[in-house]
Design a protein around this ligand. Structure first.
Ligand SMILES: Nc1ncnc2c1ncn2[C@@H]1O[C@H](COP(=O)(O)OP(=O)(O)OP(=O)(O)O)[C@@H](O)[C@H]1O
Length: 234
């Protein structure tokens, strides 16, 4: 099957500063599991932003789901974004909605009928261990709880691609394992998963995962080939 994502010589510059990402070339196979690693400030979040179309590159080619994502007309962006589940580093929950409604949001946006929403939302809340907090607003949840709601929201619509930025940064090791298991389950259903992480433990948990390591804005293998098995990050 064709690659779900292809980057060719992509560069990203914020404003008039130096390039944050340079000469990034790689492709992602559908249904595979990827880790993006690298030191703080190396450009992991920036790479993910390009992947989920929050940022346009300054140069290069990005193909997503077989189409040119750089030249994509603005009105087609929402349709593309709906195919991608995103776990943001800062969660970005909707503050005036309950945990339940935050998780339900992708289904509501997709036009799923009310009576078909309750069961999957409860199931997902139970998965992340927060069914009893269904009615709580994000501000009343801990950082780790908000992160779990953000993950539930990202996966509930079974996106074609899941992009997660440090998704276990605020939870204990037991919950991190549980969340990782959730990603693996989704991956087994066919979702391509891309996780940026510093977490060594997490890297070792998925033997089939492939790894992209960014070093100062460049993929450390200039051919863009992906490594397996993962090697430790400094
Ligand atoms: N919106 C922005 N405007 C200007 N510079 C930015 C912006 N976002 C990121 N940068 C810069 O780009 C570089 C890479 O940042 P990025 O957040 O992608 O790194 P990271 O690898 O995800 O880091 P961390 O692991 O600390 O989250 C940093 O030098 C950062 O200061």
């Amino acid at each position: 099957m064709a690659n779900i994502v292809q980057f060719e010589q992509v560069g990203l510059r914020y404003g008039s500063g130096p390039e944050t990402l340079s000469d990034i070339s790689f492709s992602l196979a559908p249904g595979a599991f990827y880790f993006v690693t690298g030191a703080s400030g190396a450009g992991k979040t920036s790479l993910l932003k390009l992947l989920y179309l929050a940022q346009r590159p300054s140069r290069g080619v990005i193909r997503l789901f077989g189409e040119d994502a750089v030249m994509l007309p603005r009105h087609r962006l929402p349709g593309f974004r709906r195919r991608i589940g995103v776990v943001f580093q800062d969660f970005r929950l909707v503050p005036h909605l309950s945990a339940y409604e935050n998780v339900a949001l992708p289904l509501r946006i997709a036009g799923i009928a009310d009576d078909e929403i309750d069961e999957p939302v409860r199931e997902m809340l139970a998965w992340v261990g927060l069914l009893q907090r269904a009615g709580s607003r994000p501000a009343t949840l801990s950082g780790g709880e908000q992160q779990r709601i953000a993950i539930a929201r990202a996966v509930i619509g079974r996106p074609e691609m899941l992009v997660a930025d440090e998704p276990t940064g605020n939870v204990d090791p037991e919950m991190a394992d549980r969340l990782l298991h959730l990603f693996v389950s989704l991956n087994k259903l066919g979702t391509t998963v891309v996780v940026a992480t510093h977490d060594f433990h997490m890297l070792g948990r998925i033997p089939d995962a492939r790894m992209m390591r960014i070093d100062k804005g460049r993929l450390d293998d200039p051919t863009g080939a992906l490594r397996h098995p993962p090697r430790p990050v400094e």
